[in-house]
Design a protein around this ligand. Structure first.
Ligand code: AMP
Ligand code: ZN
Length: 666
């Protein structure tokens, strides 16, 4: 019986690996997505019932699920070098001359796209993926194997005649389409948008929850084989072999027998790169012969046998029509340049961001100036200069606005920031909407089916102006809205109802007190039982709490001074929203430390700081962040510094080592 099940599991794994390969590497699906899912579910079920047959490389691990708290640092067996850069054909000719000095026989090159993502090193042992590591500083990187496994283009098991142990290097990146999808979702959730695909790809690789990594939709291409022994004479053959073992290798790579051919390749892709579904920032050239590569060797930073050719950021000139100002959901003002439409990097550009007042001043922008617009790595183009020759001397300098274009309130600008803000957070339309989007978002009240568009609609129809209004909504108010079906209206009402069960700490996060993020909200909810209690806290009391500084404390106090906020909280309470901590939130183990405050300092060896603070709370004590007369115990690890000294000076504080702390709680 067990043998049968084992066989069944193995067969399913082999079959699913094969389908993955057809779909992602060969771009030719053999079975439908539905059939694939059915088989995958079947395998998941079998694996769940038979954990004894667990395998690190089962196709079920593609969907993620493993959570990594800290990524271990791993030393690269073979250093991951950088590439030398060149910017024009002369640079390339110089490079070729340097090569010819060392190499007598003819030199071939492999020209490849320079993918703009994050580089990765993946180890294969006996045909199985065993480790994935980021580039890091080139000498060692972070081990992110669980996350790498979620990327479909990276095979978990190999086929054919592969070497026993080797590394594949490659690039992990996001297609433009997937990048846009992520940002669209973030917009709906009221989160800040990501700036560019590259940073998003490398950021995604470091997420703790691999199921979240999977959702990002990362892609990979492998471009380099590395091992003690090389089973071929040229880089080109290695790429072919890698392809035969099941790797996704660049489809555009080209073997060139001369520099002239290389230049042709570069010219072609400089012009056509915008037709690719992903971004490249140049071309990479590699000497084809492995023997020649070895002879050329490395400089301190990069191989002498490879060279990157960087494309110039494209720049065009166009006329500035107007400068308008957008008010973000947090009240931040962004100036936008509206341009005479112009073709740039494959798209028509009508607008460019100006970021803030300082940038406008630095450019010395005048009305109707002719400006140079550039598209770098960021999605939104920017103005990099003014063609002064074309300026009409009668045109006036651009003056920054003083009042909010949405609500007319006078703008403020804090000393430490270059950005202007509209301070009218309770009534400025985009801020009102932003606050509600935040309130319903996943990490706050998690009201499903209530997207940003619907909230905007509801606000326009004057049905809601703050989170409490949501609870008074009725289905008959929703139904007349555009594109609102019976079913979705009911879902929204149900979602709002369900949010009454969301625990206090999330409500505390959701009401949108400035500077109170998720972590701070959690800390506050541990220290204060209810909004009512928090409402009476002073700045001095608040800054006693770990992670809460003056700025946050002041913002909290300010929030509760506003009668409109108090009214909203009153209403939330009357609707049955959790405005206080439920009993279930934290089970106390004992009350041994009741009314006692603790602070940990120095390097702890018996437990982590987090665990220690947790223990304090579980026994009824409180953690505070600074040595003061309010502190009862300072627990010191190795190399305790200024805090220990201050505690001794104060004299009233009991000083414990780690063991004494454990004794205290028994
Ligand atoms: P740079 O970051 O500008 O020093 O360029 C070096 C990086 O280019 C490498 O670390 C790789 O991540 C990346 N890269 C992209 N495509 C390729 C490719 N086809 N071959 C080698 N490296 C590449
Ligand atoms: Zn405003």
């Amino acid at each position: 019986m067990a043998e049968n099940i084992k066989q069944k599991i193995e067969d399913l794994r082999t079959e699913l690996h094969q389908h993955n390969y057809s779909y992602y590497i060969e771009d030719a699906a053999i079975i439908s997505d539905f059939e694939f899912d059915v088989k995958l579910k079947e395998l998941q079920e079998l694996e769940k019932d038979h954990p004894e047959f667990y395998d690190d490389n089962s196709p079920t691990l593609r969907v993620g699920g493993a959570v990594t708290k800290n990524f271990p640092t791993v030393r690269h067996q073979f250093r991951m070098y950088s590439l030398d850069n060149s910017y024009n054909f002369e640079d390339l000719e110089d490079w070729e001359k340097r090569i010819i000095k060392t190499i007598d026989d003819p030199v071939e090159f492999v020209a490849e796209l320079k993918y703009d993502g994050a580089s990765i090193s993946v180890l294969y042992e006996n045909g199985k993926l065993t480790e994935g590591v980021t580039r890091g500083d080139g000498f060692s990187g972070d081990e992110i194997t669980a996350n790498v496994r979620t990327i479909s283009e990276i095979p978990l098991t190999l086929k054919g005649d592969y070497p026993e142990r080797f590394f594949m290097r490659g690039e992990i990146f996001l297609t433009r389409k997937n990048f846009d999808k992520i940002n669209k979702r973030r917009e709906e959730e009221g989160l800040d948008l990501f700036m560019n695909p590259r940073n998003t790809a490398s950021g995604s690789l470091k997420m703790q929850d691999s199921a979240e990594v999977r959702k990002r939709g990362l892609t990979a291409v492998l471009y380099q084989y590395i091992a003690d022994e090389t089973p071929a004479e040229t880089h080109w053959e290695l790429l072919e072999k890698a392809r035969s073992w099941g790797f996704k290798v660049s489809a555009q790579a080209k073997l060139c027998s001369s520099l002239a051919e290389v230049k042709e390749f570069i010219t072609y892709w400089d012009e056509h790169r915008h037709e690719l579904p992903f971004e490249i920032d140049g071309i990479v050239l590699k000497v084809n012969s492995i023997r020649q590569q070895a002879k050329l060797g490395y400089t301190a930073k990069s191989p002498r046998w490879a060279m990157a050719y960087k494309f110039k950021a494209e720049k065009v000139e166009t006329e500035l029509k107007t400068v308008t100002y957008q008010v973000g959901r947090t009240g931040a003002i962004t100036p936008v340049a509206n341009l005479k439409p112009v073709l740039l990097a494959g798209t028509t550009v009508k607008r460019a961001t100006l970021h803030n007042e300082d940038i406008i001043k630095k450019l010395g922008l005048h009305e109707h100036d002719f400006v140079y617009v550039e598209k770098g790595g960021e999605i939104i183009p920017k103005i990099v200069g003014v063609n002064l020759e074309k300026r009409n001397p009668e045109n006036r300098e651009i003056k920054y606005i003083t009042h909010c274009p949405e609500c007319g309130t006078e703008l403020i600008k804090t000393a430490d920031q270059a950005v202007h803000f509209c301070p009218n957070d309770l009534h400025c339309p985009p801020q009102v909407v932003g606050r509600m989007i935040h309130y319903v978002s996943r990490k706050a009240l998690n009201i499903e089916n209530l997207g940003s568009e619907t909230i905007e609609q509801l606000y326009r129809e004057k049905l809601v102006e703050n989170p409490a209004d949501l609870y008074a909504l009725t289905k008959s108010q929703l139904l007349p809205l555009e594109r609102m079906a019976e079913r979705s209206a009911q879902n929204i009402i149900d979602g709002i109802e369900k949010s009454k069960e969301i625990p206090f700490e999330k409500v505390l996060f959701g009401i949108g007190i400035k500077h109170v993020g998720e972590t701070v909200a959690k800390k506050l909810a541990k220290n204060f039982e209810s909004f009512e209690e928090l409402q009476h806290a002073t700045v001095e009391q608040l800054i006693q709490i770990e992670d809460i500084g003056g700025k946050i404390a002041e913002s909290i106090v300010l929030f509760f001074q506003n009668p409109e906020n108090l009214l909203m909280l009153e209403r939330l309470k009357s609707y049955g929203v959790q405005v206080e901590r439920g009993e279930s939130t934290e089970k106390l183990l004992s009350t041994k430390l009741e009314n006692r405050t603790f602070l940990f300092t120095g390097k702890l060896s018996l437990f982590t700081r987090e665990a220690a603070e947790d223990m304090v709370e579980k026994h009824g004590g409180r953690n505070i962040s600074a040595v003061s007369a309010n502190l009862n115990y300072l627990v010191v690890g190795e190399k305790a510094g200024s805090k220990l000294k201050k505690a001794k000076d104060l004299g009233s504080i009991e000083i414990l080592d780690e063991q004494q702390f454990l004794d205290l709680i028994g």
